[in-house]
Design a binder for this molecule. Structure first.
Ligand SMILES: [Ca+2]
Ligand SMILES: [Ca+2]
Ligand SMILES: [Ca+2]
Ligand SMILES: [Ca+2]
Length: 274
């Protein structure tokens, strides 16, 4: 007797295989670089790229779920203009093959969503030489100050400087001055098409009561018209065992443009709008 389930199961298997080739999977760590030549970008060629010197941005409310898979297929990503991620914070000016970056922002009650598109001719694993080198790139750095209080946050959690690694970790300093993973704060997935890299992230907001030794931390819900402290940067390592460039979303980011990991006063902001 023929197995009537054979065709549907085979069909579903093919669908799963196709999906796994075209997109990455949601993860919070240990992600390898995805295959090249994936085609999962939205068509937003006509979108403008806005450079905003004082780093004040708006995030638009998502009315449909956003899947963190490194693919910008969701309709909202095609709707939004880009923000430039090209202020030189450290290093020499770059040509557009070495580096060019831009990003989009969306939100719902649970997450700030960030879509980062970076042209980078060489992607270096962030943690190749161990956790002590987490800031040496390549990585995306997301600065969040949930209550926009400003002030020192180097070894406390009233604000965060998440170093999001190529492996999918969110890294910052603990109150005991150790380097730790805060992977529950950020889901991230990447995709790559030739030298263009997409980093899609969903970020939970935590306030100063966050305790790295507790498993019972409660994220702060996001509300319309709320404004938070925010900046974003990219550390570009092209194989010379160092961060050759640090590029950012805001023209000035404090002393030598490298104060964000200590002082939330220098952050720009995001306003959550509908
Ligand atoms: Ca997606
Ligand atoms: Ca580069
Ligand atoms: Ca704060
Ligand atoms: Ca690089």
């Amino acid at each position: 007797m023929k197995n009537k389930n054979l065709i549907p199961i085979t069909f579903i298997g093919v669908l799963i295989l196709l999906f796994s080739v075209s997109c990455g999977t949601k993860n919070t760590g240990n992600q390898e670089s995805l295959p090249t030549s994936v085609a999962c970008s939205s068509s937003s060629e006509n979108a403008a790229t806005l450079s905003i010197p004082d780093g004040t941005f708006e995030a638009k409310k998502a009315t449909a779920p956003i899947q963190i898979d490194g693919c910008s297929k969701e309709a909202i990503w095609a709707d939004l203009d880009w923000y430039g991620l090209n202020y030189v914070w450290m290093g020499e000016p770059v040509d557009e093959n070495d580096y060019n970056g831009r990003f989009k922002l969306a939100w719902d009650a649970e997450y700030l969503y960030v879509l980062v598109e970076v042209v980078d001719e060489y992607l270096n694993p962030t943690l190749k030489n161990g956790i002590e080198n987490y800031w040496k790139g390549d990585y995306v750095e997301v600065f969040i100050d949930e209550d926009q209080s400003g002030g020192n946050h180097k070894f406390n959690h009233q604000a965060f400087a998440y170093h999001v690694s190529t492996e999918g970790h969110a890294i910052d300093k603990s109150t005991s001055e150790e380097t730790i993973f805060l992977d529950e704060h950020i889901q991230v997935a990447r995709s790559q098409e030739a030298n263009k890299h997409i980093w899609e992230m969903a970020i939970r907001l935590y306030d100063q009561s966050f305790d790295e030794n507790s498993s019972k931390n409660i994220p702060v819900p996001i509300l319309k018209n709320k404004r938070i402290g925010f900046s974003i940067g990219y550390g570009d390592n092209d194989g010379n065992n160092s961060r050759e460039n640090f590029m950012g979303s805001k023209k000035n980011h404090g002393v030598t443009n490298d104060e964000g990991y200590i002082n939330a006063d220098v952050f720009g902001s995001v306003l959550f709008v509908e």
